[in-house]
Design a protein around this ligand. Structure first.
Ligand code: F6R
Length: 240
């Protein structure tokens, strides 16, 4: 696992967008694993710029998002479906049929999860996966646990995640469950790029980089991946 430390979130976004651009130039029909949350927003802005200036195109790209809340309408302002369209898809030349976002309202969550994993396999697997990291070390919504998860599944969110993400929700309306790609689905990606900024992520980054591989810090599993890179700022790196 490679770790690169930067001064600012802008520098991280530029470096991350460059990695994704190289991938798209090398393989225009790449399969991208994408993340939501605050961390990737600046990277998506950079990718939009690169698409608008003709450096890259998403016209043959397929995307699979890491996760989606359960029990939230797809067009809710806080759904990850809405997030991805407002922060990337509406501004690039991607075909809507190539966008894959889990349906958190599916009547049969297990079938939705299995179909999602099958669609990733059918697309040829994820070429490059973008990740953020929770303050508790989660990736996707793989929360600290006794064992590493396998494929996509329905998860109960932890109090720590509910606390971190409830800033986006009014009153107590933050969903308590989500569908998420599992650790094994994430680890099957050919390349993984994790971005983290700010002091709040320092403990999780310390456990990921310097700790043992344990499902108590799900991101620590990235040490077992042959092509994983962490792009982090000085604040997130302050305990290393
Ligand atoms: C989002 C996701 C989460 C976030 C993590 C960090 O799709 O899977 O694991 O990456 O919670 O969120 P931010 O970037 O908002 O700090």
């Amino acid at each position: 696992m490679e770790v690169k430390i930067f001064n600012t979130a802008e520098e991280i976004a530029a470096a991350c967008a460059e990695i994704f651009a190289e991938q798209l130039i090398k393989k225009p029909d790449s399969v991208l694993g994408l993340a939501t949350g605050a961390s990737p927003v600046k990277t998506y802005n950079e990718l939009i710029k690169k698409c608008k200036n003709g450096e890259i195109s998403f016209s043959q790209v397929k995307t699979f998002n890491l996760d989606e809340y359960c029990d939230l309408p797809r067009d809710d302002k806080n759904s990850y479906y809405t997030f991805m369209h407002e922060n990337l898809f509406n501004y690039v030349d991607i075909k809507e049929e190539n966008v894959h976002i889990l349906d958190g309202n599916a009547a049969d969550a297990d079938k939705e999860a299995a179909d999602f994993d099958a669609a990733i396999d059918e697309a040829g697997g994820i070429d490059i996966q973008l990740l953020g990291i929770g303050t508790n070390g989660h990736i996707g919504f793989n929360e600290p646990s006794d064992s590493f998860s396998d494929g996509t599944f329905k998860v109960k969110l932890t109090d720590s995640t509910i606390k971190s993400n409830s800033i986006y929700f009014e009153n107590d309306s933050m969903p308590r469950f989500a569908l998420t790609m599992g650790i094994n689905s994430i680890m099957k990606a050919k390349k993984i790029v994790l971005i983290a900024t700010g002091e709040a992520k320092a403990d999780a980054i310390k456990a990921t980089v310097d700790g043992e591989v344990t499902p108590i810090c799900p991101a620590s599993v990235l040490k077992n991946h042959s092509d994983a890179i962490l792009l982090i700022d000085k604040e997130a790196a302050k305990l290393l």
